[in-house]
Design a protein around this ligand. Sequence first.
Ligand code: UDP
Ligand code: MG
Length: 332
Amino acid sequence: MSDSAPNTRSGITAMVPCYNEIACIERAYREIRAELRRYDDVELLFVDDGSTDGTLDAIKRFAAEDPAVKYISFARNFGLEAAFSAGFTYASKRWTVQFDADLQSPPKEMHRLLEKALEGYDAVFAVRENRQDPWYRRFGTWAHQTIARRWLGIELPPGASVFRVVRTSVARKVVDSRLSTPYFMATAPLLGARYTTLPTAHQPRLEGRGKWNLRKLFAHAIELFVGFSYRPLTWLMGLSLVGLAGGATVLSLALTDHLGYFDLAEASLVVAMVALAMLALIARYLVRMMRVQAISMPRYQIREANISIRADEALYGYETPFAVADIWENAS
Ligand code: UDP
Ligand code: MG
């Protein structure tokens, strides 16, 4: 154990969600494993999010040689949030560190996050210094976090990324609270978790392809806005009052022959478009409420694992224990 390694007798789970990361997974395993050697009580938990490119086979090879390697494999691609939710649920050590398989956030920074956490935080979020992503990603993060924090009053650790150290018990509370999505960094403050941020190095993705496109990023931002704030609805009410006053003015001008029919038609078109936009936003809130009601819908299903899985989260979980053990290679 190196001098700088904090005292973490209670153990560390390094968790890596991965989706079609065959190009990166070997290096991720090697580098994260090397970092974990600083500590005594560790596990490396891979959450395979329905990969179709052989990522799971690679993980199984690591597990065959290294008892610290645990894995969970989803029945299909359920998305990053589902993957890290499962990771936090099945992590067995006191602290969980979340990595990306492409190692854009270098494992060498892990011990700094842990040291910070041991100063008395439940979560320490890495803030990427000199973030090595395309400009639209950097701009997107800045814009959606600014809108969320400044305009909508949503408490978020500023600049936080998914490279983070979290007290596993608190992470599980966040996951279990199941707000509209397990929007982790917005939920942790709501629960009263003590959190902070720490600048860490960042590097470009060296191999493989990023999984985010503009549509997904936009959807993610909207989830945050409507999932954690009702302010847009208040604005809409304000806007509708302005519209009402404007409409009344236009109508009175028309009635007193100050406006022609063409002006009147144009004004009603604008009002109709604004009303449509309002309806779209309200519909978005309704969708969110319906999702919250449909909370019994599972967030993910696990097809295979080398650890014990709750029956309701395992695709074959209601088969007899014997059959389940058959299906899950190395099931414990
Ligand atoms: N990932 C995942 N499920 C998905 C998409 C991504 O588990 O549906 C994982 C991916 O394998 C990686 C991490 O999430 O380990 C971050 O993905 P990526 O590098 O594509 O995101 P970016 O760095 O572009 O934000
Ligand atoms: Mg990446």
